[in-house]
Design a protein around this ligand. Structure first.
Ligand code: SAM
Length: 328
């Protein structure tokens, strides 16, 4: 089988699909400056096209797919799309990243359609703080979604918390304690700067080293080996606990050397690196029903060996396109 091997020798096996660019929450750190008005819906790839892209990717060695966005559960056909992708030969792992607000009613149908796991974004366990961070979200809806994910067997349930000094860092210990009591993976993510948002970012950024020190102050952290297709998190657990803690360091320590992923934006561009603006447009080839393999090779050839956005140039980390379009 043809393989996607980039110039730095990395085997590319993981494709993240942004299946929609709109979101029903307005997390201020993700959509800085964005008003609370819903975004103008733009053309997004239809179900058949997405399945075609994944099928092409699978013949090139992609084994892991994650559905993200925007908020993927806003797609009315998300269950059917999941089913289409789950049956593609070669796709061994199909997961989804969601804010959880619509998961309560969808977890069981998604699991039945072949979804294996979910990552749920949850930045606060306090209803008021949650609502402020998400600009209007309801904590209860996301907690119901988490429960439904457990009941549906979408395991392990991973919780992603973006840690921000002065906003939710006082909740680090509460999140860490959850892993002592429950079979849950809490992943602490460093806050990344978005274009034009240098000031709030600088004020609220907390490095992973400090987050980890706070968790280790509760009890010693035991390292857990990586079993997740070279995931970006460094994983630990507390002795005797079933839950895990992960630390993701997009700012203080890029994980470029292990990066095995490509992204597809909601408007059909292959993006080799979250932090580079290079994109390969698949749309013309899709329209002409061309073989997509050469475009995958082109994207993989363009994958930077390491992020060129050094710590000194922080402030434009994600370039002009935000996470909702690129697919966080
Ligand atoms: N709507 C889904 C959700 O909320 O999980 C998927 C899309 S969201 C863009 C994916 C992830 O990106 C979330 O975990 C979110 O917290 C993270 N994210 C967005 N902006 C970020 C930033 N500035 N720094 C760190 N993580 C960010």
């Amino acid at each position: 089988m043809a393989r996607l091997l980039d110039p730095a020798g990395r085997k590319i096996e993981y494709l993240r699909l942004s299946v929609v660019d709109s979101c029903n929450l307005r997390c201020f750190y993700c959509r800085p400056g964005d008003s609370c008005e819903p975004r103008r819906a733009r053309a997004i790839l239809d179900r058949e096209t997405l399945a075609r892209v994944v099928a092409a990717a699978a013949t090139l060695g992609i084994r892991k797919v994650r559905l993200t966005g925007g908020e993927p559960l806003l797609r009315p056909d998300i269950v059917d799309l999941t089913r289409d992708i789950a049956v593609i030969p070669g796709i061994e792992d199909l997961s989804l990243t969601t804010n959880g607000s619509k998961l309560a009613g969808l977890a069981a149908p998604l699991a039945a359609a072949g979804l294996k796991r979910v990552n749920i974004s949850l930045d606060s366990l306090d209803g008021k703080n949650f609502s402020q961070i998400t600009r209007g979200g309801r904590l209860r809806a996301t907690l119901d979604g988490i429960r439904a994910a457990y009941s549906a067997g979408l395991l392990p349930v991973k919780i992603n918390m973006v840690v921000m000094k002065g906003i939710n860092d006082h909740e680090i210990e509460n999140f860490a304690r959850l892993t002592m009591e429950k079979d849950i993976h809490v992943r602490f993510i460093e806050y990344m700067p978005m274009l034009g948002q240098e000031d709030p970012w600088r004020e609220h950024f907390l490095p992973s080293s400090e987050i980890m020190a706070r968790c280790a102050a509760l009890a010693p952290l035991v390292p857990v080996p990586d079993t997740d297709f070279h995931g970006p998190a460094r994983n630990f657990r507390y002795a005797g606990a079933t839950g895990r803690l992960g630390f993701i360091t997009p700012v203080s320590r890029h994980f470029c050397r292990q990066c095995n992923r490509l992204r597809l934006t909601s408007d059909g561009k292959l993006r080799p690196c979250l932090f580079s603006d290079v994109e390969v447009d698949l749309l013309p080839a899709i329209k002409n029903r061309e073989d997509l393999a050469p475009y995958f090779y082109e994207a993989v050839r363009a994958k930077p060996a390491a992020s060129d956005r050094s710590p000194a140039s922080r402030g434009s980390e994600l370039g002009p396109r935000g996470m909702v379009e690129i697919g966080g």
